[in-house]
Design a protein around this ligand. Structure first.
Ligand code: ZN
Length: 75
């Protein structure tokens, strides 16, 4: 995903951990997978069980061995 660095440079870091980084899309960037604006960008550096409590659509992809998830909350 060649846009990855651009996207990470534009979104707001919300949570950082050794396994998962979460960024919030405060600038209305479009998801590279579906072209709809996403809510959060989740970077899973290790395989982990994500607890996504809210109902949302996700667009999963990968970048350099990490699982990258774009979330779309249901309105
Ligand atoms: Zn998407």
């Amino acid at each position: 995903m060649e846009e990855f660095d651009t996207i990470v440079g534009s979104v707001t870091p919300r949570e950082k951990s050794p396994t998962v980084d979460i960024y919030q899309n405060t600038v209305g960037l479009a998801c590279p997978a579906c072209d709809e604006p996403f809510d959060d960008l989740i970077v899973c550096k290790e395989l982990t069980r994500l607890n996504l409590s809210e109902r949302m659509d996700i667009c999963p992809t990968t970048h350099e061995g990490s699982t990258v998830i774009f979330t779309h909350k249901e309105e």
